[in-house]
Ligand binder design. Structure first.
Ligand SMILES: Cc1cc2nc3c(=O)[nH]c(=O)nc-3n(C[C@H](O)[C@H](O)[C@H](O)COP(=O)(O)OP(=O)(O)OC[C@H]3O[C@@H](n4cnc5c(N)ncnc54)[C@H](O)[C@@H]3O)c2cc1C
Length: 487
């Protein structure tokens, strides 16, 4: 059987895969995207961040379509968390300029279908119900994949780069490195869908609720005026409750969380269709020891996953998809060597991941008062703006930090190092707005927003980009490639 030839093969059509494939095809490359299922398909991961909606979505060219989809707007969150007896709130608009001060709560089946259909329109050869069974390697270099279509027919495709975006269930990450699980974030999630639940008063009616209780925490995500996604995340030490059966377990868990109980007091669980079943996911955080090898990259959940409490999964998936596409486009155009570009990719993705990871280590230490989370967030994002703004920047996907875990043991242990979140002196509050804009412009997510808004004009409109690492690369003017920094 003769293989089909492509420049790029992408495995998986979730947010990571659709982003990487689309942004490569938009540069004229021949891209094949294989997904083992047919979209629309169910997925968890419904609460998005502004960086995805206002950064990646416009770059992919689907801003209007996403707007027309009429997803529930999310302006922030309502949290019962920490030692404070009172719930507290955060709003994205506190740190982001108004037009980008919101995100969406999405039904992922619809959101992911928009992205994968757009990939096809942008020239990607999208084949659904095509499962990749094997990565082909020749003399230490990945050269293609074998796959099986819905009728059981086998195929083979060769390419210069294979991008594994097949999510947390991927087996192919083993060909690149070892998956190291965090010792700290070892949770289980039990989730279901409800109709008729209560809402906060507008404009907070679309906000996420994050409610801690004695065994873990609940998410309450309004997906539409009628439909709500509700999940209980419990430590693995409490997993025994699931032996009672999902329905009994969920009822008992809800009983322990009065705010959730009250919000669901008017609701009925959905029992049919896409949302009609209880689902259980082990959501242990992990990171691969390597994100690339010659001819192959890991992207999205295939590379790493962090506890979902501040809704970072789709942001990390699309962020890594963008960085992967920049690396691929640069290599295929012959501008820079693969190794340099793939190293840049891995370092940026690790950095973004680590910002959230380090923050969450402190966040999970829920004996602290609310304000200590904000001080901790501030330390992680290295800013001097008001502490609460730093928290919001982090949960909006607009952060900036240099720390890297390249050593897997360091990663696994880092989460349990005592005292990590504390010890930062509170900053002096300062005048409205000044620091916020500056720091946003300095961050990676802000560059994405600028890219989406200004295109090639952005260097005239925003701060000049510096490499994030010594000797590192910066995005090209068009945002689709890497280049060496002029400075
Ligand atoms: C309990 C829980 C709650 C979460 N809540 C949130 C949230 O509120 N907000 C948020 O942003 N994130 C959340 N996440 C994380 C989010 O679900 C993921 O991070 C995100 O979906 C990752 O996107 P991806 O593209 O990497 O992978 P996926 O979205 O998993 O896509 C992978 C694709 O690959 C395909 N595939 C798999 N194997 C193959 C194969 N062999 N061949 C071809 N195709 C294949 C699959 O069919 C799938 O379409 C949550 C996660 C968990 C566990």
């Amino acid at each position: 059987m003769q293989p089909e030839r492509f420049d790029v093969v992408v495995i998986g059509g979730g947010p990571a895969g659709s982003t990487a494939a689309t942004l490569s095809a938009m540069q004229g490359h021949k891209v094949l995207l294989l997904d083992r299922v047919q979209h629309p398909r169910y997925s968890i991961g419904e609460s998005l961040l502004p960086s995805t909606i206002h950064g990646i979505v416009p770059m992919l060219g689907v801003a209007d379509e996403v707007k027309r989809a009429n997803f529930q707007k999310k302006f922030g969150g309502y949290c019962k968390w920490g030692a404070s007896p009172d719930p507290w709130t955060f709003h994205f608009a506190r740190a982001l300029t108004d037009p980008t001060g919101y995100a969406y709560q999405v039904e992922r089946s619809r959101f992911d279908a928009i992205l994968i259909n757009n990939a096809a329109r942008k020239g990607v050869d999208v084949r659904q119900q095509h499962a990749v069974s094997e990565i082909i390697e020749e003399r230490g270099r990945v050269t293609g994949v074998r796959f099986t279509d819905g009728s059981g027919k086998e195929g083979r495709a060769t390419s210069r780069v294979v991008v594994d975006c097949s999510g947390h269930t991927t087996r192919f990450h083993e060909q690149v490195g070892e998956r190291v699980f965090s010792k700290f974030f070892q949770n289980m999630a039990l989730f279901a869908y409800y109709e008729g639940a209560k809402r906060m008063p507008p404009p907070s009616d679309g906000n996420i609720l994050i409610i801690a209780f004695d065994m873990g925490w609940f998410w309450f995500i309004p997906l539409s005026p009628k439909l709500t996604s509700v999940g209980a995340v419990i430590g693995k030490e409490h997993a025994g409750i699931l032996k009672k059966g999902n329905d009994v377990a969920m009822r008992e868990l809800i009983e322990r969380a009065p705010i959730i109980k009250d919000h669901l007091s008017t609701a009925k669980r959905v029992e049919t269709g896409e949302y009609g079943e209880y689902r259980v996911r082990r959501d242990w955080s992990y990171m691969n020891t390597k994100f690339w090898k010659p001819g192959m990259m890991l992207c999205g959940d295939a590379a790493c996953f962090i506890d979902p409490i501040i809704s970072t999964g789709v942001h990390l998936a699309t962020y890594s998809g963008l960085q992967a596409a920049r690396s691929i486009n640069t290599v295929l155009r012959g501008d820079l060597e693969e190794e340099e570009c793939f190293i840049e990719y891995e370092r940026r993705y690790r950095r973004e991941y680590n910002n959230f990871h380090d923050f969450l280590v402190g966040f999970y230490d829920w004996n602290k008062h609310e304000s200590s989370y904000f001080w901790h967030a501030r330390r992680i994002v290295s800013s001097d703006d008001e502490a609460k703004t730093a928290f919001v920047r982090l949960v909006a996907g607009a952060n900036n930090d240099e720390q890297l875990y390249e050593n897997p043991q360091e990663f696994a242990g880092a989460a349990i190092s005592p005292g990590a979140p504390t010890g930062t002196a509170p900053p002096k509050p300062h005048g409205e707005g000044d620091g916020v804009t500056q720091h946003l412009l300095g961050s990676e997510a802000a560059q994405m927003l600028a890219q989406a808004s200004f295109g090639r004009e952005r260097e005239r409109r925003v701060a000049v980009e510096k490499p994030l690492f010594e000797g590192g690369l910066v995005p090209s003017l068009d945002g689709f490639h890497w280049r060496r920094s002029a400075s």
